[in-house]
Design a protein around this ligand. Structure first.
Ligand SMILES: Nc1nc2c(c(=O)[nH]1)N[C@H]1C(S)=C(S)[C@@H](COP(=O)(O)OP(=O)(O)OC[C@H]3O[C@@H](n4cnc5c(=O)[nH]c(N)nc54)[C@H](O)[C@@H]3O)O[C@H]1N2
Ligand SMILES: Nc1nc2c(c(=O)[nH]1)N[C@H]1C(S)=C(S)[C@@H](COP(=O)(O)OP(=O)(O)OC[C@H]3O[C@@H](n4cnc5c(=O)[nH]c(N)nc54)[C@H](O)[C@@H]3O)O[C@H]1N2
Ligand SMILES: [Mo]
Length: 757
């Protein structure tokens, strides 16, 4: 298969294309003048922390420490368009449901608190006090266990801490967040095998490593600032090996838009030394193959030179279970490995040789590993490989999941989790004088199941677009309207705001780039990046509307109206001065957040520490765990004729359910999102022709009819048997039961489908 046969993009990631992307967005969003100043302050100490991705922010930032997509996110927030009460007076909710998601958000920033009026089928303006009182009364009238408090991973540590505290004071642990659809696989699997639920790397490790192994993450689109350390690593000789079914541009070549020299010359950096187009779900097999080659080389080198490839001292002292894994790997045939990974033995061995030759290696990964039925095994296998050579807990080494939302990791750190065992409940009990609920709360998938069964009565969404982001969309939308109460806290109108419970409120909040003025003056907030560093962020842009409240103020308002007064829970004092919330966080988590207020604006953020990095293993055995995988692929269903593995993908012109536009520039797909990406040989073998319009139907063996139509067959360089199409449009095809077995993260990267003509 030749690349020329398929659609593709000739330029590098970065470069003039990304500059054009920013300019086009500025025009399309009709960005306010404040946007430029905000961009200049983006991701710098004392500045404002980007709302796009969670990648680390360096101590010495670039002049413009932002990327194409970070700029788009800021410009999106600082649009001059407004979605006002007059707009809602002119359109019924039923009419708005017929609009495209893109057009809903193009109406601009929400300006007033709104109540849904079922009699007129319209949103009508309401006062804040009225909204808080009504929501409080509804929450008081139901069993707290029947309420779900969702969070999309943006809200600050301060707001998140109070949101989680509110849930527990009220009486539940039903705190799913976007992480439950994203890196929950990481939180569960890494915790199991290393004792720490987050990555072990810091930025300095990227200056020391000799090799980086990159699995299923697309930095060119989703974390472009990560391309800077990658480019610098390549320039000093570090090798990058990529496993991805798609040849993503950012992992092939990069032109630094921050470098005038690179922008004016043909200079670009080749990023990946070796690019292996693993079959979707084939990573366990590929990593098993690498381990097999490492073990073979170990035997060979020991027999001939009495030297080790493995770090035998580390394995003996720090790990558990290596013998079983060795036996398993040795018993696995290369023929199975090749069939399951879709890769040739020689290529896997070449990757393993790079691993063997490198003194210090880093593993990076994203949704390509987490969103599978055996996603946890993907991650555990990667850790196996890294334990073999002691590549965790040494400078220049480690496992580094690339997280999604800008504070998704931090939300977990300060208590937004459905897993009570991860929260210092005794400490909270003492600090606030109450008995916190101890029973397990609902994950996103559990919450959906209980909305379907009618057991959940109330849903509060702190940001996000839940109904669009979850699996099983059609069924969920039908069940959703049976909820008694829905409350959405948001900056812009989206689909989830049009599917309402009997009582429904849409509460508009300040964006992070806007000034948040409270009794003690302008307030800073904090977030945690993927590398466990905490950064302060100060919004300076003039608020969209004087009616807006901060997310923290909205949570405090609802909490006060719901809970009995408690002198130990000073909502008004917290609202007046967020430093007091940081004091409360410090009291709950003294080890990680000591001197919190003094350290808020530390350049590069302050590191909250990671036990696994120190080789302290907080696991069941007290050691790092080797794991025998249950299967050789992470695809949870057998192959059969006519069944395809569908990956749901993000384009370069979206942020999750927010569609900025219709240009997936780095993949060469323009003007539409209604495409079905397919290998040209598969198109022919399936009797289709390029450009034909087809549909997809669920092939999950559960008898449920799920269909999406209107997709244009598009030739694309993919492994045989794999299909690609865009998220969130494909979400009706994902069964609710189709998720990682251990963490319940929906398995959006290997959805079984049939093609319907
Ligand atoms: N501009 C922009 N930035 C974003 C986001 C956005 O939507 N837009 N979303 C944010 C969020 S919340 C998140 S979680 C991150 C998501 O960032 P990523 O983790 O990069 O997520 P995806 O783009 O969904 O897919 C990742 C890659 O996995 C590959 N892949 C699919 N299946 C497999 C497989 O079986 N094996 C392997 N090895 N690879 C596979 C795909 O080809 C794709 O390149 O980005 C964050 N940043
Ligand atoms: N099939 C499939 N499904 C997936 C995925 C996939 O790859 N494939 N990815 C999953 C992943 S990784 C994630 S993280 C989820 C994302 O799920 P969510 O986090 O729920 O969705 P987003 O699209 O990020 O939410 C966008 C909305 O957030 C609101 N918003 C924006 N900024 C702010 C703010 O500052 N404050 C508040 N309160 N609201 C704000 C706006 O109203 C906007 O419309 O989707 C998941 N679903
Ligand atoms: Mo995510």
């Amino acid at each position: 298969m030749e690349e020329d046969e398929t659609v593709h993009y000739d330029g590098a990631e970065g470069g003039w294309g990304s500059v054009r992307g920013i300019v086009e967005t500025a025009l399309r969003e009709r960005a306010r003048p404040a946007a430029l100043d905000t961009l200049r302050r983006q991701n710098k100490a004392g500045g404002f922390m980007c709302v796009s991705c969670a990648w680390g922010k360096p101590k010495e930032p670039h002049t413009f420490e932002f990327c194409e997509n970070g700029a788009k996110a800021t410009l999106w927030e600082l649009t001059s368009r407004r979605c006002t009460p007059e707009f809602f007076a002119a359109h019924t909710v039923s009419e708005l449901k017929t609009w495209a998601d893109y057009d809903l958000e193009q109406t601009g920033r929400l300006t007033h608190p709104l109540r849904y009026d079922p009699a007129t089928d319209k949103y009508v303006p309401c006062g804040w006090d009225e909204a808080f009182a009504a929501i409080g009364a509804e929450l008081k009238a139901i069993d707290p266990g029947a309420a779900v408090f969702y969070a999309s991973g943006r809200a600050s540590l301060e707001t998140s801490y109070l949101y989680a505290l509110f849930a527990r004071l009220y009486g539940h642990n039903n705190l799913p967040d976007s992480s439950n659809m994203c890196h929950e696989t990481t939180s569960v699997a890494l915790k199991d095998v290393t004792g720490s639920p987050v990555g072990t790397c810091v930025l300095a490790d990227f200056e020391l490593c000799d090799a980086i192994f990159f699995f299923g993450q697309n930095p060119g689109t989703n974390s472009p600032r990560l391309l800077h350390p990658l480019q610098e690593a390549v320039k000093r000789g570090c090798k990058i090996v990529t496993f991805n079914p798609i040849r993503e541009k950012g992992l092939e070549v990069f032109k630094n838009p921050q470098s005038p020299k690179e922008m004016l010359t043909p200079a670009e950096t080749k990023i990946s030394t070796l690019y292996l187009q693993v079959k979707t779900g084939g990573d366990i097999a590929a990593i098993t193959g690498m381990m097999k080659h490492v073990l073979a080389k170990e035997a060979e080198l020991w027999a001939t030179e009495k030297r080790h490839v493995l770090d035998v001292d580390f394995i003996a002292q720090h790990t558990d279970g290596s013998d079983a894994v060795k036996a398993h790997v040795e018993a696995t045939d290369w023929s199975e490995i090749e069939a399951e990974s879709g890769l040739a033995r020689a290529d896997i061995e070449a990757a393993a040789d790079i691993y063997i030759g490198a003194k210090r290696s880093i593993a990076m990964y994203g949704m390509g590993l987490t969103q599978h039925v055996h996603g946890s095994d993907n991650i555990k296998l990667l850790v196996n490989l890294f334990l073999m050579k002691g590549n965790i807990g040494r400078d220049g080494t480690g496992v580094s999941p690339v997280r999604g939302h800008s504070n998704v990791q931090g939300q977990r750190t300060v208590g937004i989790t459905e897993k009570p065992e991860l929260v210092p409940l005794d400490k909270l009990a003492e600090q606030y004088g109450f008995e916190p609920p101890r029973e397990k709360g609902l994950t996103t998938v559990d919450a959906c199941a209980k909305i379907l069964s009618g057991e959940v009565k109330a849903f509060v969404g702190l940001g996000g677009n839940f109904v669009r982001a979850i699996p099983e969309r059609e069924m969920m939308e039908t069940a959703w309207i049976k909820l008694r109460l829905t409350v959405q806290i948001a900056t812009k109108l989206n689909r989830s705001h049009l599917i309402n419970g009997e009582v429904a409120y849409l509460l508009p909040c300040l964006g992070r780039s806007e000034e948040d003025l409270q009794a003690s003056g302008p307030q800073a907030v904090t977030m945690e990046d993927s590398l466990s560093c905490i950064h302060g962020s100060l919004g300076k842009a003039k608020p969209t509307s004087p009616e807006l409240k901060s997310e923290l103020a909205i949570i405090a308002g609802i909490a006060k109206a719901t809970l009995p007064p408690n002198p130990k829970v000073p909502w008004d004092a917290w609202l007046g001065d967020y430093a007091k919330v940081r004091d409360a966080i410090e009291e709950t988590y003294p080890e990680q957040f000591h001197d919190f207020n003094q350290r808020v604006f530390t350049p590069g953020g302050f590191y909250r520490g990671n036990s696994a990095r120190e080789r302290v293993w907080k696991t069941k055995s007290g050691k790092a765990e080797f794991t025998v995988p249950k299967k050789l692929n992470s695809w949870g269903i057998g192959d059969k004729a006519g069944r395809w593995r569908l990956m749901t993908l993000r384009s370069n012109d979206q942020f999750n359910t927010t569609i900025y536009g219709y240009s997936d520039r780095l993949r060469g797909i323009e003007g539409t999102r209604d495409v079905l990406l397919m290998n040209p040989d598969d198109i022919a073998a399936a009797g289709l022709v390029e450009g034909q319009i087809v549909g997809l139907a669920s092939d999950a063996d559960d008898g449920v009819d799920r269909q999406v139509g209107g997709l244009k067959v598009t030739r694309f360089l993919l492994p045989r048997g794999c299909l690609g199409a865009y998220y969130p449009e494909m979400n009706p095809l994902v069964p609710l039961s189709w998720h990682d077995e251990e963490s319940k993260t929906p398995a959006g990267k290997s959805v079984p489908v049939r093609i319907v003509t």
